[in-house]
Ligand binder design. Structure first.
Ligand SMILES: C[S@@+](CC[C@H](N)C(=O)[O-])C[C@H]1O[C@@H](n2cnc3c(N)ncnc32)[C@H](O)[C@@H]1O
Length: 278
């Protein structure tokens, strides 16, 4: 069965096909891959086999693993993901680590705004790692439904409020100069790059990935509006695209007023996190 699956996935252009097949079998049975490997000579019951073949067919259509099983792990927390939410990426964990480090260094009842919350991964991790109160927004009502479910499952409800909003548009006057920190992993892929992106990523919501104007459209709007919602000396942590540092830096220097600007590198030594102080 695993050999058949590995061939099917290889034909579909998937690398490490055998390994993926083992993970897919394990996930279907809700056991670990190691447990699968330890029991390779055991017979498989018919229901497990049917489910496995169905899941391999889905993966063969380049549906990401996370969407086949509707789950993802972010910073050690299991989250539900659906076709309405992005599947959280490892580099976003650096974004959260940096923001959490900052929040832990401050005292008081800190307020955080998470723009474009998607599955709620960032808001939930911040709630778990710090004592901040979080407002999480997204333009997508469907994504917010998943985020709110995840927040409930992780017992983070009391610390996170969800608001459907196109960036800052639905934030009332109560939120003016209210936040200590704004965090965001916004859409930042440009249309040219999107056209060449791998099939799995095309299964994710396009509006979670793509932004206008060299992919900088949403980033610029977030930076432009931030001053109204941040407190004095408030801070922004934002993920950016692998090649966007120069353009982002230029925009900030010319168009928005911040006192300190810093870029933090990801695991591949790419400037990935923008840290800005008002
Ligand atoms: C790159 S995804 C990030 C999702 C999640 N925070 C994560 O890190 O995996 C960007 C999110 O921004 C949302 N979004 C896109 N345009 C938006 C807008 N104008 N206002 C608010 N949210 C927006 C998308 O629906 C999507 O959930």
């Amino acid at each position: 069965m695993l050999s058949w699956a590995a061939n099917r996935l290889t034909e579909a252009g998937i690398e490490n096909a055998r390994c993926e097949a083992e993970y897919i079998f394990a996930a279907g049975k809700e056991i670990s891959r190691n447990q699968v490997l330890a029991k390779l000579s055991r017979p498989v019951d018919i229901l497990s086999e049917e489910l496995f073949r169905k899941n391999i067919e889905k993966r063969g259509q380049r549906i990401p693993f996370g969407y086949i099983f509707n789950r993802a792990n972010f910073m050690g927390y299991d989250l539900k993901v659906t076709g309405d939410t992005l599947i959280p990426r490892p580099e976003t964990e650096i974004l959260v680590e940096e923001a959490a480090k900052y929040l832990k260094s401050k005292e008081g009842n800190l307020k955080v705004l998470d723009i474009g919350t998607g599955s709620g991964n960032i808001a939930i991790a911040i709630a778990k790692f710090t004592s901040a109160q979080i407002t999480a927004t997204d333009i997508s009502a469907r994504a917010l439904k998943v985020a709110s479910e995840n927040s409930g499952m992780q017992n983070a409800d009391v610390r996170i409020e969800f608001i459907q909003s196109n960036l800052y548009k639905s934030l009332t006057a109560d939120y003016l100069n209210y936040f200590d920190l704004i965090i965001s992993n916004p859409p930042y892929v440009n249309l040219k790059e999107y056209a060449k992106i791998q099939p799995e990523v095309k299964k994710e919501p396009k509006n979670a990935l793509v932004a206008s104007g060299k992919g900088l459209g949403v980033i610029k709007k977030i930076l432009t509006g931030a001053g109204n919602f941040l407190k004095e000396r408030g801070i922004i942590f934002m993920e950016i695209g692998y090649n966007q540092r120069k353009d982002v830096e230029k925009f900030i220097t010319e168009k928005v007023k911040f006192t300190e600007i810093e870029f933090i590198k990801d695991y591949e030594k790419i400037d990935r996190i923008l840290k800005l102080t008002l």
